[in-house]
Design a protein around this ligand. Structure first.
Ligand code: ADP
Length: 291
């Protein structure tokens, strides 16, 4: 190991130049480097393995994402295609309804027509949710009497829920209110709010639908004296697929309010909720008068 002994020069001490001092040290240089090199190689190898794994993960995620998007597109296409036969059924039903003389059969046909219309609405809601992050919803705005629209929907929902004792009261500060909006989508918004008011309440619920004119904005509120919503859930219910666990099972997918918010905002409006658990809820959406 003499190779690794490091020594300094000889330094004379004293004045006669007969005595010298020298420092010698044994530095096992190669074993130190060897050890370091080993650690270095190990770290590099580990980094390469981790990097490889990360790259592999990214590629897999990317592939899955692509596959998922393709599958989603085809599902959305299929959902969309379901709409046209349903619309044909609705048209046919309304035609048959006019032809049959018997009142009982007429009512049966009308019921079927309503169910088919409900399906179309649900398909529409599903499509909006699917489109949400990618494309803007395509609104077909036309001058619509909002008071009439709200009255119609309230009556429709009330009829469809005749099995559940309830009361829906409608009040409006204006008799007639023409706004530029997409009647199909806004109809869905009101329907969702009124249906929820009945869905998340006990029998005998009182629902009030109110239309007000507040500084250049129109406010529509749907109030119920049902189960109410806890403060922590109030912020989350407008998110897609968020549902509150109830004391009994209630059917639903948690997309209704997400669609409501989306449609209201697409009309440059806002939506808010006031609710007290056990007392009831009030959902209010506003729409600017000038769209
Ligand atoms: P879904 O009704 O399919 O669950 P929504 O998006 O319409 O989906 O509603 C989300 C959640 O908000 C519901 O699961 C329910 O817990 C709550 N909610 C909505 N409307 C009301 C209401 N009027 N009263 C009490 N809870 C409500």
């Amino acid at each position: 190991n003499a190779l690794f002994i490091k020594k300094t020069q000889l330094y004379p001490i004293g004045t006669k130049g007969l005595q010298f001092i020298q420092v010698k040290a044994n530095v096992p240089f190669s074993s130190f480097i060897q050890e370091m090199l080993q650690i270095l190689i190990e770290s590099i190898l580990l980094t390469i393995i981790i990097l490889g794994y990360v790259i592999f993960l990214v590629i897999t995620i990317h592939k899955k994402d692509k596959l998922f998007k393709r599958r989603e597109a085809s599902v959305n296409g299929t959902i969309h295609d379901l709409k046209s036969p349903l619309n044909s059924i609705i048209t046919l039903m309304s035609f048959i309804k006019k032809k049959v003389p018997d009142i009982h059969t007429q009512q049966l046909v009308e019921n079927t027509e309503r169910q088919a219309q409900k399906l179309v609405n649900e398909i529409e809601a599903l499509l909006i949710t699917a489109r949400k992050d990618r494309q803007k919803v395509y609104l077909q705005k036309e001058e619509t009497d909002l008071v009439l629209l709200v009255t119609e929907v309230a009556q429709e929902v009330s009829m469809q829920h005749s099995h559940q004792p309830h009361q829906i009261k409608m009040e409006s500060e204006l008799n007639e209110l023409n706004l530029m909006l997409d009647p199909l989508y806004v109809r869905n918004v009101i329907r969702n709010l009124v249906e929820n008011a009945l869905k998340y309440s006990d029998d005998g619920v009182n629902v009030q639908v109110l239309i007000r004119n507040i500084d250049g904005n129109i406010e529509v509120s749907v109030t119920d004296d049902g189960w109410g919503i806890a403060p922590k859930d109030q912020k989350l219910i407008f998110r897609q697929f968020y549902r509150v666990r109830q004391h009994i099972q209630v059917k639903g997918y948690g997309i209704g309010l997400a669609v409501v918010k989306y449609v209201v905002e697409a009309h440059h409006g806002k939506i808010r909720v006031n609710s007290v658990l056990g007392k009831g809820s009030c959902f209010t959406f506003s729409l600017p008068k000038a769209q």
